[in-house]
Design a protein around this ligand. Structure first.
Ligand SMILES: NC(=O)c1ccc[n+]([C@@H]2O[C@H](COP(=O)([O-])OP(=O)(O)OC[C@H]3O[C@@H](n4cnc5c(N)ncnc54)[C@H](O)[C@@H]3O)[C@@H](O)[C@H]2O)c1
Ligand SMILES: [Zn+2]
Length: 652
């Protein structure tokens, strides 16, 4: 890098920062930003005399936006130096040991969100301030008060600044984006931008609706006398703040590496996004001696995880037709390695989203893949266009059967009930786990059965014979016999499975259970009033059942004749126990699969539902419980750990 390139790079970094911090709409990935930042840093180390005052290395990165009044922090807020591999960590340790060799380390997650400073005076939350430029930030106390994991009062009476990160849990991020996509609104790029944007709303009601979570990571001004940071943090957690999903004190490189490995390995299972691990010198006296550079504390470092966002090229958009006929666009991208997984396709939500973002074939895009979340295109780099990009045409006809699509804006739908894609996908659904759970009917086999003409509807499945199956390529006697046995085993299933397998729109597993428990096979004669009266049912669901029965009555009866699902005996009165007749929500990971625990509770007469409301009796939580737990606490719903649940059952 020469001087001219250096000046350009500083300018570009500042432009990136403006989009990142002020607009909450990044122009590039952190990886690209960090790489350029480190090139700038290197240049500056060789040419101290050229360092520009506005270089991002000379100041804490946030830029304060207009709109909020400003407020000073009592003591400065800092940024963090970062390292990307064990080499970098080793170098940082060597440098730090030179300042003081008699130290240990406190390790905790680096949360990917927005930093926040809370000032408590006389035990009351008096101000919430964003980091801003480190000295002065935006005063957002009203918004901060809507965050339920921030106590409004604490036991500690002396003035204290508590610092932490405001994040959006991943499930909440998905929920908000799905809601926004369904309403035809722009979706957020990633949980970090969503959290930062939600925090800085001029209307607190919007902030309140986003279920933000605050995770403390340190203190500013304080009168605490703990000798170790780890003790200080335990004290902070004890005031009513959330603990990190993993924290550890380490004495050396090897121990730090081990915690890093563990945190990185488990990162997908945590409710919040992490972008690394922060390592801090644990001895407060040593921290004070080491002090700060212009930008960072010398006693801590961020050890980054591999990036989950990458830049790639959009090659093609293909259309998928689901069993309900909904047509969804899927992006095919230049294969890209993201944290060890090659990503080739990504969701695009819907065509409105494509129109809104003006996504074109050949565009450079940012793609996000994090754990079990489906890879998604979160951003089009329109500033990188070179003219070779091609606009995407909104389809008017079904890509599979050719019939005209119903275009409802957000929803594009093939209405042809005999459309091959719809039929194949409904057979796959029929056989899936929460339906009839028929082994050996995966996508490939269903497609082959359909194409051969042997199976054109779910009813045909039960006319299959050994001879017929053996005519199919790839079917040997054993495989054919297994499939026939699985089909046979589906007979006599629980009634709710039968209802669920019909694939009635808006009627999922819980509703199927409610419906069968109340009506059994006479659900096809239920009136609208009776349906609406069911717990958890609304107009739309009732209409959907009625309409489905109207169109498919014959098929339902025919299938019922074949499958002979068990009429739900009025569940034998479960003996008295604390869960009988109660509405229960499960969250977090438990010692057994949640399905097993759900069945156990159902056998006790509990009703296991998926979302928490005031009507919920218990929320039972496992490890890394997410927003459902918070919601329960906020609504005053009783929460039980898995262990406590088991104890209650045993005592009953
Ligand atoms: N994509 C872009 O265009 C773009 C632009 C600007 C900045 N960035 C990203 O932002 C980063 C720099 O920004 P930064 O100054 O906010 O620094 P940073 O995010 O690298 O680290 C400092 C911040 O980390 C947060 N943090 C989370 N957990 C923490 C913990 N346990 N202890 C202490 N702090 C914790 C705090 O909010 C703190 O202010 C860059 O690394 C870059 O990746 C990206
Ligand atoms: Zn079609």
């Amino acid at each position: 890098m020469n001087k001219e390139q250096y000046i350009k790079a500083v300018e570009l970094l500042n432009l990136y920062s403006y989009h990142y911090y002020v607009l909450d709409d990044p122009m590039t990935t952190d990886e690209v930003y960090d790489k350029l930042y480190h090139e700038v840093l290197e240049y500056e180390e060789r040419h101290c005399e050229d360092i520009l005052a506005n270089s991002p290395t000379q100041r804490v990165g946030d830029i304060i936006s207009e709109g909020f009044s400003k407020a000073p922090h009592l003591s400065r807020m800092w940024s963090l130096e970062d390292v990307f591999d064990s080499d970098g960590l080793q170098k940082w340790l060597t440098k730090t040991y030179k300042l003081d060799s008699n130290i240990s380390f406190y390790c905790e997650p680096k949360y990917d969100g927005a930093s926040l400073n809370l000032i408590y005076e006389d035990g009351k939350l008096s101000q919430g301030i964003t980091r801003g430029d480190g000295s002065v930030g935006e005063l957002i106390t009203q918004n901060v008060k809507t965050i339920r994991s921030i106590p409004l009062t604490i036991e500690h009476k002396e003035r204290i600044e508590i610092r932490g990160e405001v994040v959006l849990y991943k499930d909440e991020f998905e929920r908000i984006n799905q809601e926004r996509a369904a309403k035809g609104e722009a979706v957020f790029a990633n949980p970090r931008n969503a959290a930062a944007g939600s925090l800085r709303q001029l209307d607190s009601a919007i902030t309140a609706s986003r279920n933000l979570v605050f995770l403390p990571y340190g203190v500013g001004e304080n009168t605490l006398e703990h000798k170790l940071l780890s003790e200080k943090m335990e004290y902070i957690y004890s005031l009513g703040f959330k603990k990190p999903p993993l924290r550890a004190t380490c004495k050396d490189f090897d121990e730090i590496e081990a915690v890093y490995e563990e945190m990185n390995k488990n990162r997908d299972s945590y409710a919040m996004m992490l972008d690394g691990m922060v390592i801090k010198v644990n001895e407060i006296a040593a921290q004070i001696d080491m002090g700060y550079t212009v930008k960072n504390p010398r006693f801590s470092v961020a050890y980054k995880f591999p990036a989950v966002e990458k830049i790639t090229t959009l090659k093609e958009i293909i259309l998928q037709v689901g069993r309900t006929g909904a047509v969804t666009p899927v992006a095919i991208v230049e294969p890209t390695n993201i944290d060890g997984v090659i990503v080739e396709r990504a969701t695009l939500h819907n065509f409105d989203e494509i129109d809104r973002k003006d996504i074109r074939i050949n565009d450079k895009v940012i793609i996000l893949r994090s754990g079990d979340v489906i890879p998604k295109i979160i951003k089009v780099l329109t500033h990188e266009r070179d003219g070779s990009e091609v606009e995407v045409q909104r389809p008017t006809n079904c890509p599979v059967c050719g019939s005209e699509l119903l275009d409802e804006g957000v929803l594009l739908k093939c209405q042809n009930l005999t459309c091959e894609a719809r039929v194949i996908n409904s057979i796959i659904y029929f056989a899936s786990k929460p339906c009839l759970n028929i082994d050996g009917l995966g996508n490939k086999i269903v497609e082959a059965l359909f194409e051969s003409g042997l199976v054109k509807s779910v009813i045909d499945l039960f006319d299959l014979t050994l001879e017929k199956l053996l005519t199919l390529e790839g079917f040997k006697e054993k495989k054919a016999q297994n499939l026939l046995a699985s089909l046979e085993a589906a007979k006599g299933c629980d009634y709710w499975r039968f209802v669920n397998s019909l694939g009635i729109e808006h009627i999922g597993e819980v509703a199927s259970k409610t419906l069968s428990a109340r009506f059994g096979s006479s659900f096809i004669d239920a009136s609208k009033d009776e349906l609406v009266a069911l717990e958890g049912f609304g107009e739309e669901m009732a209409e959907s059942v009625l309409e489905f029965v109207r169109v498919n009555r014959e098929t339902i009866l025919q299938l019922q004749e074949i499958l002979r699902p068990l009429e739900p005996k009025q569940r034998e009165e479960a003996k008295e126990n604390p869960f009988k007749g109660k509405s229960v929500v499960l969250t977090g990971s438990m010692s057994e699969s949640r399905d097993v625990i759900k069945e156990m509770l159902e056998a006790l007469g509990a009703k296991v539902v998926s979302s928490v409301s005031k009507k919920t009796d218990f929320v039972i939580y496992g490890e890394d419980a997410g927003s459902k737990y918070d919601k329960a606490v906020a609504l005053g719903v009783a929460v039980l750990s898995e262990q406590e649940m088991r104890e209650k059952i045993e005592q009953a």
